[in-house]
Design a protein around this ligand. Structure first.
Ligand SMILES: [Fe+2]
Ligand SMILES: [Fe+2]
Length: 250
């Protein structure tokens, strides 16, 4: 019987061999800023010049995904800390909102936690659009913009946390103001606003919400594709595949 540390060593060795055989590729956007995106050192070119083979499947450093992944699998195997999402959904439930709103709160920042932070409302909405009611994806897209604008009619003030995060002097850009002007009279405005109202801007370390508490709502309001999320040929499948296989060369 191999000891635990022998087994760990062997796994690490196998992983090193797998990475040696197939080079994982970081897309330019992962590094843009740390390096000048115009620089002529794309990882694919470098690996090819060195005579290496490129990774064209799952990254061996990541937990394997099931053959037919579900939204819950992405929560458990690919997303970062989801307490913010779970606590926001929990608050929406405590506040007595309908299930669609609870789902919107549960999914509102999935792009931040699993894909791309910048413009996360827009990306997040696009990720779920084929699978949820249009009111839910509209609200997810809008929350990114609405969170900057107070709405005294429902008691929403500019989040104090944003002053800490972005500084006193942060002003939303003109395109954000324009988007707000378009959104504020929309028929789904209040659903987007409810996300900002139930958004947990200050995490409560004493509250621990569980994904299991929301699996029923996901089941009723998220149309899980039979083929697996990412393998289903919807207009958003490629985003889920990229999250599943983020270092695939092409
Ligand atoms: Fe957000
Ligand atoms: Fe949020």
């Amino acid at each position: 019987m191999a000891t635990l540390s022998e087994r760990a060593d062997r796994l690490e060795h196998e992983l090193a061999l797998a990475l040696e055989e197939r080079v994982p590729i970081r897309s330019p956007i992962y590094r843009s800023g740390e390096r000048d995106p115009r620089a002529d050192d794309h990882e694919i070119d470098r690996a090819v010049r060195a005579g290496r083979k490129l990774l064209m499947g799952p990254d061996p450093r990541l937990p394997p995904m099931p053959d037919k992944p579900t939204l819950v699998d992405f929560f458990r195997l690919r997303f970062g800390n989801t307490q913010h999402l779970l606590q926001s959904a929990r608050l929406a439930r405590i506040n007595g909102h309908e299930e669609k709103v609870i789902l919107a709160c549960l999914l509102h920042d999935i792009s931040v936690t699993g894909f791309i932070s910048s413009d996360h409302g827009y990306w997040g909405a696009q990720m779920v659009e084929p699978y949820v009611d249009e009111e839910v994806s509209w609200a997810i897209r809008a929350h990114q913009v609405l969170r900057f604008f107070p709405d005294p009619s429902v008691g929403y003030a500019y989040p104090e946390a944003y002053i800490r995060f972005f500084g006193e002097d942060f002003e939303p850009e003109p395109y954000v103001r324009e988007a707000y002007a378009r959104m504020k009279d929309h028929r789904y405005y209040m659903t987007g606003r409810l996300i900002t109202l139930n958004d947990i801007y200050a995490f409560d370390a004493d509250v621990h919400a569980e994904l299991d508490d929301f699996v029923d709502i996901i089941g009723r309001h998220f149309r899980q594709p039979e083929e697996g999320l990412g393998l289903d040929h919807s207009p958003a499948s490629h985003i889920w595949r990229t999250i599943m296989w983020p270092t695939r060369a092409l």
